[in-house]
Design a protein around this ligand. Structure first.
Ligand code: ADP
Ligand code: MG
Length: 277
């Protein structure tokens, strides 16, 4: 869609009009280029205005995006470019002002709160920068908590696989405070995957970790995609983190301005430069 204003109130002076530069894909995924029969997640013309009147901020100015099932996507962009808002609107954590979004073929725009809550619980996994584990529960109970609340038992062999791939064997009885940051984030990833969701959204999952713990978390996310066919969408501002993904999507001022397939740290940095970040 033609959006009227990219940002209201937060316009950055001097930012040039973004263009796609030497990238190997177009900025917008159109109906014509949609190859996958059913993307794991999909957005069409998403607009999100936070606040009202003078205080209104257009965080998303019309974003369309397909997340293919079984892919690892990274969303990059400057602080305030709308990355978290896009993730939250695609994941059903926040309601877009206009536009449409789907999770695993189910349209979430317009769903009532109860149906949305159930869809999030059954189809979406979340990983946050701050881990968001419950401090009073063991690692094992944190992993199974969402399923316990939903009244579904986590498949024991899948749980055993998750424990193995996350390297948490021997740590399951520990509470979060007794675990390192990297271990806590791996618990959060196991929790996100326990119900085998259609898509996992991770917002700056390595933002609080040192480079070694980050590498372990990123390798784990990539392994979940490659080996187990899961779908991961990760917000990051770090080129090295983004290089673990299959495709980087660049946002600026609430718009999708480019994509980069098969990213490597150097090519991500080049793309960021050519896009004016
Ligand atoms: P990013 O994750 O890329 O840093 P965000 O999606 O958090 O960006 O924010 C995009 C824009 O929307 C920013 O200008 C931010 O200040 C604004 N914004 C985000 N959340 C809210 C909110 N709840 N209320 C008002 N403005 C918000
Ligand atoms: Mg953010």
């Amino acid at each position: 869609m033609e959006a009227e204003v990219s940002t209201v109130g937060r316009r950055r002076p001097g930012r040039r009009n973004p263009s796609v530069g030497p990238m190997n894909a177009t900025a917008e995924t159109t109906e014509n280029t949609t190859t996958s029969a059913s993307p794991a997640a999909r957005a069409r013309d998403l607009v999100k205005v936070h606040g009202q009147g003078e205080a209104a901020v257009t965080a998303l100015a019309g974003v369309s995006l397909d997340i293919p099932a079984g892919s690892f996507s990274a969303i990059m962009g400057p602080s305030g470019s709308g990355k978290s808002t896009l993730m939250n609107c695609m994941a059903g954590l926040d309601t877009a002002t206009s536009g449409r979004a789907w999770i695993g073929g189910i349209e979430i725009s317009g769903l009532r709160e109860r149906a949305l809550t159930r869809l999030r619980r059954d189809k979406v996994g979340f990983v946050f920068q701050a881990y968001n584990l419950l401090p009073a529960l063991s690692a094992r109970d944190n992993i199974t908590l969402p399923s316990d609340i939903a009244g579904h038992r986590v498949d024991p062999s899948w749980l055993a696989t998750l424990v193995e791939v996350t390297g948490l064997d021997g740590r399951l009885a520990h509470r979060p405070a007794e675990l390192s940051g990297g271990q806590q984030q791996r618990v959060a990833i196991a929790r996100a995957l326990a119900s085998r969701p259609a898509v996992v959204f991770a917002d700056e999952p390595t933002g609080n970790l040192d480079s070694r713990a980050s590498a372990a978390v990123l390798a784990l996310l990539r392994r979940c995609v490659r080996e187990f066919g899961h779908t991961v969408v990760m917000v990051t501002h770090d080129p090295v983190s983004a290089s673990y993904s299959d495709r980087v999507v660049f946002l600026a001022d609430g718009r999708l301005i480019g994509t980069l397939d098969d990213p490597e740290p150097a090519s991500v940095i080049d793309a960021m430069k050519s896009l004016g970040e």
